[in-house]
Design a protein around this ligand. Structure first.
Ligand SMILES: C[S@@+](CC[C@H](N)C(=O)[O-])C[C@H]1O[C@@H](n2cnc3c(N)ncnc32)[C@H](O)[C@@H]1O
Length: 206
């Protein structure tokens, strides 16, 4: 089985883990659903630090399944499950893999929000409002604008290139995400500045 290497995932695994160490509990068995796992590097990397958490990777692009499975297989704690297909824009009740309400303590979504249509972001927050337990956390990572301002110039250019690839893509504003979250009972808790002008955002289901 072939492990794919996404250079940006290789670079951001450790900085994201540093944030997760302050946010995720190590105390009891917990469940985390990752949306858009890509190569599978993130869940695998984080699983080594959190033996108490069962990681459920997922992807829209099923050609990534082989790589996600290969990374999971080598995890020292064997706490990464087989990948499942999830189109996050669809309601969780229509997914092939059925989950009860409040099945997860955490949901994780890295570098998807800006590179998919807004309906995926809406689906992420809407589905999180059903699938997370009360007080459960949604963790998102990527580039974001803040109150209408996108910095630095490299992020402005990145946003233009995203929109030229697909007019429905684009860097989202945290202000708009807060409004969306409030609609679904997912409230903004914290933002951490990350390398390469990205941010890790922590959201909580109330
Ligand atoms: C830039 S990649 C990020 C992958 C991975 N999280 C990482 O950081 O390496 C964006 C991901 O969003 C996924 N994606 C696109 N449409 C989606 C959808 N409707 N539901 C869930 N994921 C989707 C793509 O398949 C792709 O893996």
């Amino acid at each position: 089985m072939r492990k794919l290497d996404n250079p940006s995932a290789s670079r951001n695994c450790q900085p994201i883990l540093n944030v997760l160490k302050n946010v995720l509990s190590k105390e009891k068995p917990l469940r985390l659903l990752e949306i858009s796992s890509g190569t599978g590097q993130h869940s695998a990397y984080f699983s080594n630090e959190f033996p108490n958490i069962t990681f459920q990777p997922s992807e829209y692009d099923t050609t990534d399944f082989e790589s996600i499975t290969a990374y999971a297989k080598d995890c020292k704690n064997q706490n990464v499950l087989k990948p499942i297909f999830i189109d996050i824009s669809r309601d969780y009740k229509t997914w092939e893999n059925k989950f009860d309400e409040e099945s997860f303590d955490y949901m994780l979504n890295i570098n998807m929000i800006h590179i998919t249509p807004w309906r995926c972001t809406e689906g992420l927050f809407k589905n999180a409002s059903h699938l997370l337990k009360k007080n459960g956390l949604l963790i998102t990572y990527g580039p974001y604008a803040v109150n209408g301002i996108l910095t630095p110039e490299s992020n402005v250019n990145f946003n233009l290139s995203l929109k030229s690839r697909d007019p429905e893509w684009g860097v989202r504003d945290i202000r708009d995400l807060k409004e969306l979250g409030n609609k679904y009972g997912i409230v903004f808790k914290d933002s951490t500045d990350m390398p390469a002008n990205n941010k890790t955002l922590i959201w909580q289901k109330i």
